[in-house]
Design a protein around this ligand. Sequence first.
Ligand code: SAM
Length: 303
Amino acid sequence: MSPDFIRYLAAKKTVDDRALNRQVWEALEQALAERPEPLRVLELGAGIGTMIERTLTAGLWRRAEYTALDADAGLIAAARARLPAWAAAHGWESAVTDEGLRLCRHDRCVDVRFVVADCFNFVRGQAGCQPWDLLLAHAFLDLVDLPTALPLFLDVVRPGGLFYFTLTFDGITAFQPELDPAFETRLEAAYHGTMDERRVAGRPSGDSRSGRHLLAHLLRMPVTVLAAGPSDWLVWPQEGRYPADEAYFLHVIVDTVGHALTGHPAIEPERLAAWLAARHAQIERGELIYLAHQLDVLGRREG
Ligand SMILES: C[S@@+](CC[C@H](N)C(=O)[O-])C[C@H]1O[C@@H](n2cnc3c(N)ncnc32)[C@H](O)[C@@H]1O
C-alpha cells in the first residue's frame, strides 16, 4: 500500500469524526453500557487503526480485546507504528504484546491484536464459533457484495452481540460550486456506475447505493436494527482554508473520480481533464465543497 493511501486514511479521520451520526453513536454507547467486559471486538477493514483511536478517545469500554483486521499488510504495519505514538500523545501507556499492543490509561486497558487477512477467509475460518461481542466495519461495507457478505460477517457475532456499520456510501457525490451542471450530472452517474460494475476477483462487490441496501438487507435478517442515520462527508473551507489535512483528502477524492473515469466511454477525456484541473485548483484556492452521502447502522444479532 502506498504511503499516500496511508496519508489519505489519516487525513480522512477528521472528516469521519464530523460525519459519524451522533444518534447512532449514542445508541452504541447505551447498548455497550450494559455489557460485561472485557468486550471482544472485531473490526473488518481496519486500515491504519483510526477507529481504535476514536473508541479509546470516547472511552467506549474499560476492558476490551480489539482485533483489527485488514487485508493490506502495509496498512496494518502503519497501524502498529501509529498507535504507540498516538497513545503517547494522548496519555495512554502502550506496551508491545505477542499479537499487538496493550494500551492502558487510568482504569482502562485495551488489548489490540493486529491481523493481516482477507475478511472472508477469516470469518469462514470462524464459522460456528461466534466469538465476537461487537463487529465494526467503517467505510468498508460498500466494498463488498452485501447479500453474500452480511450472513458470513454476522455469523461470527454471538447471539445478542452488536454490529456497528458506519460510513457506508449511499448514492450522492456532489462538488460545489457547480462548474458545468449537465457534464457533472453525467460525471456523477458514470462514477457511480463504476461502483455498480466493479468486480473483485471476478465477483460482484459493493454498489453505489450500498448504504440503503445495507439497511434493507438487515431488516430481512434475524437482527434488530437499534439505530440508523446519515453520516455524510461534508468538507468545506473555513476562511479559505481546510482543517487538518483535509485539502489532501480532497485532492485524493478528486483523483479517485479521475482514475475511475479515465477511458470511460461516456466521459470525454479532454472534458474530464479540464474538470479535474479545475477542481484541484479550487482546492488550492480553498473554494471546493465536497459532499458524499453515507449511512450508519447499529444493530443486535438475535438467535
Ligand atoms: C476505504 S478503506 C477504510 C479503512 C478504515 N476502515 C478507515 O476508514 O480508515 C477500506 C479498507 O478495507 C480493506 N479491505 C478491502 N477488502 C478487504 C478484504 N476482503 N478483507 C480485509 N480488508 C479489506 C482495505 O485494505 C482498506 O484498508
